[in-house]
Ligand binder design. Structure first.
Ligand SMILES: *[C@@H]1O[C@H](CO)[C@@H](O)[C@H](O)[C@H]1NC(C)=O
Ligand SMILES: *[C@@H]1O[C@H](CO)[C@@H](O)[C@H](O)[C@H]1NC(C)=O
Ligand SMILES: *[C@@H]1O[C@H](CO)[C@@H](O)[C@H](O)[C@H]1NC(C)=O
Ligand SMILES: *[C@@H]1O[C@H](CO)[C@@H](O)[C@H](O)[C@H]1NC(C)=O
Ligand SMILES: *[C@@H]1O[C@H](CO)[C@@H](O)[C@H](O)[C@H]1NC(C)=O
Ligand SMILES: *[C@@H]1O[C@H](CO)[C@@H](O)[C@H](O)[C@H]1NC(C)=O
Ligand SMILES: *[C@@H]1O[C@H](CO)[C@@H](O)[C@H](O)[C@H]1NC(C)=O
Length: 327
């Protein structure tokens, strides 16, 4: 077509013309502007030039000083006879395209074409709501963004590693595991402005697992404590049993619950208290129980590290004990 012909040969015209006669931007130039900004597309002329015009694609915007375009955002920037630049205010995406400064000298016509590129910062329009799912579910998180050029979308789970995850607009998590719960970050970047970032919180429910139990070896007349540590989401309910009998907060027995840990406190151990106890943890996804023992001193079998554990128990339970004895 004629356009490409002109584009192709314009460097040749450049060589033929005296440098001072016409000074325009190179025909292949691109100008990059952000949406909303003002773009000035330069065109320089001198008094050997008889006619000038600006075209947007193939439409005349200005012919000499006559404005053909009805667009109020468009005007000329002139400096005496020497400059004939086009100013476009509040540039929008539909202004992207080629603009031609067309110059008529005594000898030959000459055109300079500039391609206006309009950029738009990346913007996340829609992101998944925070969700709660059961372990093993398939989860799809979405993050929809706009911008020019098209933004690149990346995902991370904000745990200490925070490694990038494989996914763009949609992040698929097949059979989600408890360690994949947390705050997900979706980032849309296109190098036009700082990236846009949004977050999705994912809660993964799973049934209780008793992680640690602590039996106790306590002499008669002292305070005995049995401890059960659980992992579970949501936070579990606890029950304590002595053999088959459910225990409650009554004479000498106090059940403490701190999140996912429970402690059974026997205020003043008697001979009858020695024996088998069961801690039961449950949430809506499941139940688990474990057996613990209150041992008569010298008969304990599983009191590995009892010294350090009882020390930490004492620290942990200083306030409970205080409450319990109403001191
Ligand atoms: C101008 O932009 C176009 C895409 O819009 C690209 O293909 C071309 O290489 C760019 N030219 C220059 C000189 O940057
Ligand atoms: C350029 O032309 C396009 C398509 O005709 C139009 O949408 C746009 O508003 C024009 N821009 C200017 C600055 O004239
Ligand atoms: C999760 O996705 C996998 C692979 O696409 C499929 O085999 C499985 O049935 C899905 N599970 C559920 C609960 O939809
Ligand atoms: C524990 O119980 C025994 C017998 O009932 C009693 O003599 C003792 O004072 C109690 N000790 C404490 C600390 O309450
Ligand atoms: C302790 O009690 C639980 C529940 O009653 C029972 O399943 C377990 O076998 C008992 N353990 C011992 C060592 O008696
Ligand atoms: C502990 O769990 C077993 C099965 O795992 C069950 O048979 C038993 O009844 C449970 N004990 C209590 C006290 O819930
Ligand atoms: C005490 O700990 C040792 C190793 O740390 C282990 O082999 C042993 O089974 C434990 N004993 C009990 C009763 O838990």
């Amino acid at each position: 077509c004629l356009c490409s012909w002109i584009l192709f040969f314009s460097p040749v015209f450049h060589l033929r013309f005296p440098v001072r006669s016409v000074d325009m931007q190179r025909a292949t130039d691109n100008i990059t502007t952000r949406q909303g900004d003002t773009a000035i597309i330069k065109c320089y002329v001198d008094d050997k030039v008889s006619r000038v015009a600006w075209l947007n694609r193939s439409n005349i915007i200005f012919a000499g000083q006559d404005k053909w375009s009805l667009d109020p955002r468009v005007d000329l920037v002139t400096k005496g006879q020497l400059e004939y630049s086009l100013r476009i205010q509040k540039v929008d995406v539909y202004d992207e395209g080629s603009y031609t400064c067309s110059i008529q000298t005594k000898q030959q016509p000459k055109t300079s074409q500039v391609y206006l590129i309009v950029q738009v910062p990346a913007n996340i329009n829609k992101v998944s709501e925070d969700i709660t799912v059961n372990e093993g579910s398939n989860v799809t998180l979405s993050c929809l963004a706009s911008g020019r050029p098209e933004p690149v979308i990346t995902w991370r789970l904000l745990n200490p590693l925070a490694e990038p995850l494989e996914g763009e607009e949609f992040l698929d998590i097949i059979g989600i595991m408890r360690n994949q719960a947390g705050r997900y970050e979706c980032k849309a970047s296109n190098d036009v402005a700082t990236p846009d970032i949004k977050y999705v919180n994912v809660v993964v429910n799973y049934p209780p697992t008793i992680r640690k139990t602590q039996s106790s070896e306590t002499p008669v007349g002292r305070m005995g404590m049995l401890q059960c540590e659980v992992t579970a989401v949501p936070t579990p309910e606890f029950e304590w049993y002595r053999d088959e009998k459910r225990l409650s907060n009554t004479q000498g027995i106090n059940i403490q619950i701190l999140g996912t840990t429970t402690v059974l406190v026997i205020a003043n151990v008697t001979e009858e208290d020695y024996g088998n106890y069961t801690c039961v943890a449950s949430n809506r996804l499941g139940v688990q129980n474990a057996s613990l023992f209150l041992y008569r001193p010298g008969t304990g079998r599983d009191i590995n590290g009892s010294a350090c554990v009882s020390q930490s128990l004492w620290l942990l339970l200083a306030s409970f004990a205080c409450l319990f004895f109403k001191c």
